[in-house]
Design a protein around this ligand. Structure first.
Ligand code: CAA
Length: 388
């Protein structure tokens, strides 16, 4: 029996900052961002958006198709948790009207946890093939102003239905892992912004790629040349280029820069316009590949590298299924990105400085999101989500 991704849908905020605007404010060459880090825009969550609303909006098209009764569990991956106790997925469960017999849990390990969720979902579906699992990855990436990470912020969520005999991708069971206790990127409970040792984090990312790949080749007979495309975790687009050159060198592939670029370029299109969305980032890249590739991907094999700082990394592979195009939502995703509002630098700063109230009073939030679900209020320390 094959198990894998039957549906994939993403959502991001309806507003963004163009990195040219940031460069202009900083008095630097915008090509540092457009070419140097490979990013053009970063999505900024509005006041009434967070990981719950982004997630519910991403999952809505899937639930509308399969119905609220079909989903056996929601595995919610995030590193922007809104509560130390309650899983964000429980709010999403109500917003989407899922069955009360559906189990919900939240998973954390920086940007990696969505991959853990996918592997757990595959194992659960292998045990009970008639019960599909909804995996959601949702994050808001924030760094300090004027820090090197500032240009690599963003936000987004991706929802994937994991089922038996999937229509989009069959996920192979062999994986390669690398885990190591390092401090490259972290966010203590008392901080809203991540702390990061930027250059070190890129080195650890590449080391983890090599180690995961080596472990993968011990587990699997798949070789580098068996793979047609590569999806990497995308903290910024240029990281995928660095990673793919690194993996090609490790495998002595002898490929030209053009050949290397061809194997990753379609994965970068959506993320270039969204920015980093941590757990969701690699899977929005996967969606970008499936929806933007100019060639028919049927039967093509994709290598995926998931990296979560701290760190846990995983290399695994998937095979594209015949007729996959019918299960995708390219028009919806492209319209979402095209119909966004561009922010001025002043509007960006105002949004950036907004802090959720912590005084326990009643605070109603202005309607800003273009999505179906919004955070309407924070009252007596409770978050109130509604459908609009
Ligand atoms: N035109 C074209 N290119 C230019 C340029 C210009 N005018 N000016 C600079 N560049 C190039 C530089 O040469 C450099 O290229 P290389 O990397 O190929 O050498 C690139 O632009 C970036 O320039 P800097 O090295 O000066 O950039 P920086 O130090 O200001 O910041 C960063 C880079 C450290 C990655 C920073 O963006 C950062 O800290 N980001 C957050 C951390 C991060 O994303 N880490 C990734 C690994 S960790 C992870 O993956 C988990 C996660 O999601 C966070």
């Amino acid at each position: 029996m094959s198990v894998g991704i039957d549906e994939i849908s993403f959502y991001t905020s309806g507003q963004y900052l163009d990195l040219k605007t940031l460069a202009q404010h900083q008095g630097i060459d915008p090509n540092k961002y457009y070419d140097g880090i490979g990013q053009e825009k970063m999505a900024m969550a509005s006041l009434d958006e967070d990981v719950v609303t982004l997630a519910a909006n991403a999952a809505l098209p899937i639930v509308e198709r399969v119905g609220t009764e079909a989903i056996a569990a929601v595995l919610f991956a995030t590193e922007t948790g809104i509560d130390q106790s309650k899983a964000a997925g429980v709010y999403v469960h109500r917003l989407l009207g899922l069955n009360s017999n559906c189990r919900v849990v939240e998973l954390k390990q920086a940007c990696y946890s969505a991959t853990a969720a996918i592997q757990m979902a595959c194992a659960m579906v292998a045990r009970q093939p008639a019960r599909p699992i909804l995996v959601i990855a949702s994050d808001v990436a924030r760094y300090d102003l004027e820090s090197p990470g500032e240009a690599t912020q963003g936000c987004g969520a991706v929802a994937m239905l994991i089922s038996a005999n999937p229509r989009i991708l069959e996920i192979a069971p062999e994986v390669g892992n690398h885990t190591e206790d390092v401090m490259d990127f972290w966010r203590p409970n008392y901080r809203t912004n991540a702390l990061v040792d930027g250059k070190y984090s890129t080195k650890i990312y590449l080391k983890s790629l090599k180690r995961s790949w080596e472990n993968f080749t011990e587990q699997s007979s798949t070789s580098y040349t068996d793979l047609d495309y590569f999806c990497y975790h995308l903290p910024f687009g240029k990281m995928a280029q660095k990673a793919h050159s690194h993996l090609a060198r490790v495998n002595k592939s002898g490929q030209t820069p053009e050949e290397l670029e061809r194997q990753i370029e379609p994965t970068l299109i959506y993320n270039r316009a969204i920015g980093n969305s941590y757990t969701a980032s690699m899977y929005i890249g996967l969606c970008s590949l499936l929806e933007n590739s100019t060639e028919d991907l049927t039967d093509k094999r994709i290598g995926l590298f998931s990296y979560g700082s701290g760190c846990v990394a995983e290399f695994f592979t998937a095979r594209v299924q015949a007729g996959y195009q019918q299960a995708l939502l390219p028009h919806k995703h492209q319209a979402l990105l095209e119909n966004r509002k561009e922010l001025s630098y002043e509007e960006y700063i105002e949004l950036y400085h907004y802090a959720n109230p912590t005084d326990g009073g009643e605070h109603r939030l202005p309607q800003q999101t273009q999505g179906r679900f919004r955070l309407a209020a924070i009252s007596e320390h409770k978050r109130e989500y509604i459908s609009v």
